[in-house]
Design a binder for this molecule. Structure first.
Ligand SMILES: *[C@@H]1O[C@H](CO)[C@@H](O)[C@H](O)[C@H]1NC(C)=O
Ligand SMILES: *[C@@H]1O[C@H](CO)[C@@H](O)[C@H](O)[C@H]1NC(C)=O
Ligand SMILES: *[C@@H]1O[C@H](CO)[C@@H](O)[C@H](O)[C@H]1NC(C)=O
Ligand SMILES: *[C@@H]1O[C@H](CO)[C@@H](O)[C@H](O)[C@H]1NC(C)=O
Length: 685
């Protein structure tokens, strides 16, 4: 411990700033997800995670001079000089020199304390922008077009001020035709966005064209005084009607505005529309916005404390680069979630859905929640448990969607639909039998262990123990060689007789045994022994046929020892303390072997190609039990360099080349929760 702390300090002192490929700005959910993907906030417009332009614009005036902070428009206005950008878990802080003034702009989303149902802010679909300046005579300008609430820039939109109160000026915009949950585009085409400002004598707001509002501020004039009602309804891209505001800053005094999204309905679950969880606390968007404004000081204090503690904890374990990377991906992970009321109504516990994000936009894909689990295991196990509840209801024919949706497979489902619509028929499932059954068993055991590991932590599984056995038995029958099955790394093409998949199957039997032991009945305890025995026999087969020359494990049983792959699936043997695989020989040899295959940006996923998966690298690195953690640190350093240098300016990719700083595919995915793997062995938050 002393050594780690000392190293943390040394690394901290040497820290050079990370240049993130994209910087999170307003990242609260898959729809409310705006990023800046250039070095300076003013170099380009922010984008939705998938790349569509969100023309948000901000400027400041200092005396009679005007400077751009965010976005390239108006081009006649010079950019302030950006002096730094720091990305913490919940907060991104930009600093600028705007002529003689120093101005800071913070973007904060209060997505912390996710397991605490009394912390209402954890489900606010809201972010704050906080401005400060160190000198007199500074005014801020901010606007947003309706792009964040249309899937197509030519959609007709409206805007109004109907939610304003004496204390808060609220501007909102949305599609003129509100068709809830219409379509599965990555951008939302319904609901309303709000820009809200604490009312003040010097506040000016306008519903006006972008040129009208920005031009007025740039010219040192007041914003257009009368809302231009003739603008609405009209296409979002016809003169770009914006919600605009401008206010003065007092030196040293932060001033904020809030961005909220009221999407009305979060998910369609087999025909039932599930509302956002925040609706259980607030009757409508007006009440939500009041809470967001009233809670500002409290949540700023909480998020700042969280961000700082997170950085400290992470630096002590893995150095400042580890803290940089894990802070950078925090909102990427939480921003892929949607917390809703359950199918069974408001009185029931909340449900949580996770979007796969860039890879097809699937809902609650089991082999996407699996790689994300480390961050949740360490910080939010209950939230993670809730991501599994909608999947179990589907597997249990309990969707209330009718017989069409009956699920009769002997193994676990793959996913529920395409965001935000859960409507998968059994025959549409992308079957990955050992993969998904193994994932579910491992995840369930991990969460139950983290939550206490007794009978009460598995009580919620009582209706489902029937399939847990079925899934475990399916895996027993498929091992030691899973044959021609698809596994999660299918983007690399099929890999039959896959040894890493076999490892997952084996660990999943140990996990099942753990669940039985927690359940604790006489028969359960007996069965637990049986499944542990099977698992440990299978490790014998695995080792004999997969790890033949004592140097490293192979890629597939049917290939020779020139092949290899990252055996990330063994990690949970250690997390669950199953004692199945021999870490002293197998794991230590594999880790040493990986180090001999290091490229500039990491170690390939396997011997077939130079690309890798960042999440799996960090899973593997978490198995490094050596004193100096050199293999773990290799993964941290190479991914940090990749993030700093990649020419693909997208929210951090998890599928990247290890030789050139380019992505292979996938962006902004929650699987980056896997970077927290090492933290599963540390003290709880
Ligand atoms: C960012 O802004 C600085 C000046 O503020 C400028 O020197 C630099 O070229 C800009 N970066 C890019 C990529 O435009
Ligand atoms: C769900 O329905 C399918 C098809 O009717 C059936 O095969 C399966 O056993 C059912 N599952 C449960 C848990 O009842
Ligand atoms: C697995 O190992 C056992 C001995 O431990 C052996 O009897 C069995 O044939 C092996 N199975 C396969 C498929 O190699
Ligand atoms: C980050 O990348 C830039 C070039 O893109 C480079 O100049 C800088 O040295 C890198 N930082 C570190 C610490 O390697």
């Amino acid at each position: 411990m002393r050594l780690a702390l000392t190293l943390g300090l040394i690394w901290g002192a040497a820290a050079a700033p990370l240049r993130p490929p994209c910087v999170p700005l307003n990242v609260a959910s898959p729809y409310q997800s705006t990023w800046s993907c250039s070095d300076n906030l003013s170099d380009s417009f922010p984008v939705h995670w998938a790349g569509a332009t969100m023309g948000l614009t901000s400027m400041v005036s200092v005396g009679s001079d005007v400077y751009r902070l965010m976005g390239p428009d108006p081009s006649s206005v010079p950019a302030a000089t950006q002096t730094s950008v720091v990305v913490d878990a919940t907060t991104t802080t930009y600093a600028f020199s705007a002529g003689p003034a120093t101005v800071t702009l913070e973007f904060m989303t209060p997505s912390i304390d996710l397991d605490d149902d009394s912390a209402a802010y954890n489900s606010w679909p809201a972010s704050y922008l906080t401005y400060t300046a160190d000198s007199d005579d500074v005014r801020v300008y901010f606007d947003t077009p309706a792009q964040p609430v249309v899937a197509d820039d030519s959609a007709a939109v409206t805007a109004d001020r109907s939610l304003s109160t004496a204390a808060i000026t609220v501007l909102r915009s949305g599609a003129a035709e509100q068709n809830l949950v219409s379509g599965t585009d990555d951008r939302i085409s319904w609901g309303y966005q709000h820009v809200s400002f604490p009312a003040g004598a010097d506040l000016e707001t306008a519903l006006a064209s972008a040129d009208g509002a920005r031009g007025a501020f740039a010219a040192g004039e007041s914003l257009p005084a009368d809302d231009d009602e003739s603008l609405f309804p009209r296409p979002c891209n016809e003169d770009w009607p914006v919600l605009a505001g401008s206010f003065a800053l007092s030196p040293g005094e932060p001033a904020f505005l809030a961005l909220t999204l009221d999407q009305g309905v979060s998910m369609d679950y087999y025909g039932t529309q599930l509302k956002p969880y925040w609706t259980t606390n607030y009757g409508d968007a007006g009440a939500l916005i009041e809470a967001v404004h009233g809670g500002y000081e409290e949540v700023v204090a909480k998020t700042k404390a969280f961000d700082a503690k997170l950085r400290d904890r992470l630096s002590a374990v893995g150095g400042s680069k580890y803290a940089d990377l894990l802070s950078l991906v925090y909102r990427q992970v939480t921003g892929a979630l949607e917390k809703t009321v359950s199918l069974f109504g408001e009185a029931d516990e909340p449900w949580v859905f996770m979007k796969e994000i860039s890879s097809d936009g699937d809902v609650s894909t089991v082999d996407v929640i699996y790689p994300a689990v480390p961050m949740f295991y360490w910080l939010y196990p209950e939230t993670f448990r809730r991501t599994m509840v909608p999947i179990f209801n589907y597997a249990n024919n309990a969707t209330q969607g009718g017989d069409d949706y009956d699920y009769g497979r002997q193994f676990a489902p793959h996913h529920l639909g395409v965001w935000p619509v859960c409507e998968m028929l059994e025959r549409q499932q992308e079957d990955m039998p050992v993969e998904e059954s193994g994932n579910m068993l491992i995840l369930l055991a991990a969460v139950a262990q983290r939550q206490g590991g007794t009978k009460s932590e598995v009580a919620w599984l009582e209706p489902f123990f029937g399939f847990l056995k079925q899934w475990a038995d399916y895996n027993v029958a498929s091992l030691p060689d899973p044959g021609d099955q698809l596994c999660t790394d299918d983007f690399e093409g099929p890999s039959p007789h896959n040894i890493n998949l076999a490892a997952k199957g084996i660990v999943s039997l140990g996990a099942y045994a753990k669940l039985l032991a927690m359940r604790g009945g006489e028969q359960d305890l007996e069965d637990a022994k049986t499944y542990m025995g099977i698992a440990s026999d299978l490790v014998g087969n695995w080792t004999a046929d997969g790890f033949i020359d004592g140097d490293h494990s192979k890629l597939q049983y049917n290939l020779d020892s020139s092949t290899w792959s990252l055996k990330y699936n063994i990690l949970f043997d250690s997390v669950l303390d199953l004692g199945l695989f021999d870490f002293d020989t197998i794991i230590d040899a594999d880790l040493a072997f990986y180090a001999t295959n290091e490229n500039k940006y990491g170690v390939p996923l396997d011997s077939r190609a130079t690309f890798t998966k960042a999440d799996w690298e960090f899973w593997v690195g978490a198995m490094d039990r050596s004193e100096d953690k050199a293999v773990f640190q290799m993964f941290v350093d190479t991914l940090w360099d990749f993030a700093n240098e990649t020419t693909d300016r997208v929210p951090l990719t998890d599928w990247l080349d290890t030789v050139t700083p380019t992505m292979a595919g996938f962006q902004a995915r929650p699987v980056m929760g896997g970077l927290y793997a090492r933290m599963m062995f540390e003290d709880a938050w």
